[in-house]
Design a protein around this ligand. Structure first.
Ligand SMILES: C[S@@+](CC[C@H](N)C(=O)[O-])C[C@H]1O[C@@H](n2cnc3c(N)ncnc32)[C@H](O)[C@@H]1O
Length: 257
């Protein structure tokens, strides 16, 4: 029995609508995507296997919103909503944004896949296009610290997309879940910890130290974002170089001279 058959049978037995459900379980195990009470956006959600897995993972206090241009049959889970639409259309994106509201989402996941032509370079390019659409939605809907995962077929444009994601998240990983190993070119790019900081690594700034934190580092506020600067005192005017950017705070060092 191939892995495909194995997961297909398991999905039937365990009541999941797709064998893809196990890919999401494995992604969550590997990357820690979901927490109780999270708001999750699932792009390319039909027939609904990922919706079932995400709904279980976030629990009754959480919400999962699935989007697909195909109809998604109603699920038993009370914490799942669906929107029917094409994610490459601005109208669908606007609908989703309105539904999510000011607070944003905690996680954006995408299993969107193009209709396969069988021509590898075309299928790859289309899958990168869909993953990039999902990435744009993630940048729009995720506040600092949010996570992102999207399916993509391996190929020449993968590295460029990975770098784009890396710039907007604390780090990026490529994960090839065991449940998708039969389709060898499929993998998931996972961006952990959305960065919305007004500074980037390597950047230099002239700053005034506002305070000294409990660990003894100087504290600088830039548009509400906290930078810790070791070896400085309250009131110091210094030029700093940003050395590390995390979702909710960063570190900088004093530039000599
Ligand atoms: C592999 S299936 C998703 C399976 C799903 N994760 C599950 O577990 O049931 C890919 C889905 O992406 C959807 N899709 C592809 N392009 C899309 C687009 N532009 N907008 C919305 N959905 C799209 C397809 O209709 C299809 O249902």
């Amino acid at each position: 029995m191939t892995r495909k058959d194995e997961y297909y049978n398991r999905a039937k037995q365990e009541g999941y609508r797709s064998r893809s459900a196990y890919k999401l379980k494995q992604l969550d195990e590997a990357a820690g995507l979901f927490g109780p009470g999270n708001t999750v956006v699932d792009l390319g959600a039909a027939p609904g296997g990922w919706l079932q897995v995400a709904a279980e993972a976030v629990g009754p206090e959480g919400t999962v919103i699935g989007v697909d241009f195909q109809r998604i049959r109603d699920l038993d889970a009370k914490n799942v909503e669906t929107i029917r639409g094409d994610m490459t259309d601005e109208e669908t994106k606007a609908k989703l944004r309105e539904r999510i509201g000011e607070k944003g989402a905690d996680v954006v996941i995408s299993d969107m896949a193009p209709n396969m032509t069988g021509e590898y370079s075309v299928d790859h390019a289309r899958s990168v296009h869909l993953a990039r659409q999902a990435f744009e939605v993630a940048c729009d809907l995720l506040p600092a610290g949010g996570d992102f995962a999207a399916k993509v077929f391996d190929g020449r444009d993968l590295d460029a997309l990975r770098e784009e994601i890396d710039a907007e998240f604390e780090y990026v990983r490529s994960i090839h879940p065991e449940a998708s190993r039969d389709s060898s070119s499929e993998l998931y790019l996972v961006g952990k910890g959305r960065l919305t900081a007004p500074v980037s690594e390597g950047e230099e700034r002239d700053v005034v130290v506002d305070d000294v934190g409990s660990e003894g580092d100087g504290v600088v506020k830039i548009d509400g974002y906290t930078l810790f600067v070791p070896n400085t005192e309250t009131g110091d005017s210094v030029r700093v170089r940003v050395t590390d950017v995390k979702p909710n705070f960063g570190f900088a060092e004093v530039v000599d001279g």
